[in-house]
Design a protein around this ligand. Structure first.
Ligand code: NAP
Length: 263
């Protein structure tokens, strides 16, 4: 009988933001399936503890470090704890994100500010902390969850669209600066994924004067595969980007969208 292959992330330690549900939870479980130890963060501690139980059942270690990523001091403390937990971090997954729709001319400054703090400022801060930690080690992987909205146009979501374009920009800049330092920085750009975030499309539906179900049906009409993605499908790409298999890849923005966007 052939020996079973080594898990693809065996012995690695990863910090995953937005790990309490949706895509972040799926990334945490997929990483655990491949032998990674997990530091999990989000604001909902109870939900994080549930994910921790699921991770622990996969025979890896897991710690829960609740933090609101809009609180820079809390993020700095959380990162220090994650880095100290097992003596170093190999992988950072910047996944936490929020969606607030609205027409450009009606969009409030407060909503724009709140969304940017979660989707951009926190990503910048955690990338900066991770790079400072990884550079002396001469290795590391940073994976940012952006969106197809980070590469293409999309209506009635100016802040979200701008925030995800910013994540793509941060990814490329950090990738270039760190390519010779053994650090890979890449982004995943999902299309429509079946998570709680889709409920936030209600604002879009209201703007078009249709129901949320009608809006979802219309959105699926633009997906050649005719279905929403499952969060696990995004997690598979994160495993690849976290593993040695992607050692030669940096600054990339990998699209997974059921064919909705190509390129
Ligand atoms: N679903 C999609 O169709 C889709 C498509 C493209 C890209 N994305 C991106 O994928 C990522 C994950 O989205 P999802 O679909 O899994 O959404 P989700 O189910 O709404 O999960 C969002 C995650 O972000 C965390 N979060 C939100 N605000 C936070 C804050 N202030 N501090 C700390 N954590 C915070 C949430 O945790 P708590 O509530 O516990 O704080 C939760 O774990 C996001 O960056 C999103 O923009 C999603």
């Amino acid at each position: 009988m052939a020996p079973s292959p080594q898990p693809r992330l065996a012995g690695k330690t990863a910090l995953v933001t937005g790990a309490s549900r949706g895509i972040g939870r799926s990334i945490a479980l997929a990483f655990a399936d491949q032998g990674a130890h997990l530091a999990l963060t989000a604001t909902n501690e109870q939900a994080l503890q549930q994910v921790r139980e699921e991770v622990l059942s996969r025979q890896v270690e897991c710690t829960v470090l609740p933090a609101d990523v809009t609180d820079a001091e809390a993020v700095a403390d959380m990162f220090s704890s994650a880095a100290a937990w097992r003596g170093g971090l190999d992988i950072l997954v910047n996944n936490a994100g929020v969606y607030v729709g609205g027409q450009f001319t009606d969009y409030s400054f407060a909503d724009f500010d709140r969304l940017m703090k979660v989707n951009v400022y926190a990503v910048f801060q955690l990338m900066q902390l991770a790079l400072g930690h990884m550079q002396p080690r001469g290795s590391g992987k940073i994976i940012n969850v952006a969106s197809t909205a980070g590469k293409w146009e999309s209506p009635n979501q100016a802040a979200y669209n701008a925030s995800k374009h910013a994540v793509v920009g941060l990814t490329r800049c950090a990738a270039l600066e760190n390519a010779s330092r053994g650090i890979n920085v890449n982004a995943i750009c999902p299309g429509l994924v079946d998570t709680d975030m889709l409920q936030q499309f209600q604002v879009q539906a209201d703007l078009l004067d249709i129901s949320l179900d009608e809006l979802k049906a219309a959105a699926l009409g633009r997906v050649p595969m005719g279905r929403f993605l499952q969060p696990e499908e995004v997690a598979h790409i994160a495993v690849y980007l976290g593993s040695d298999e992607s050692a030669g890849m940096t600054g990339q923005t990998i699209t997974i969208s059921g064919g909705m966007r190509m390129g």
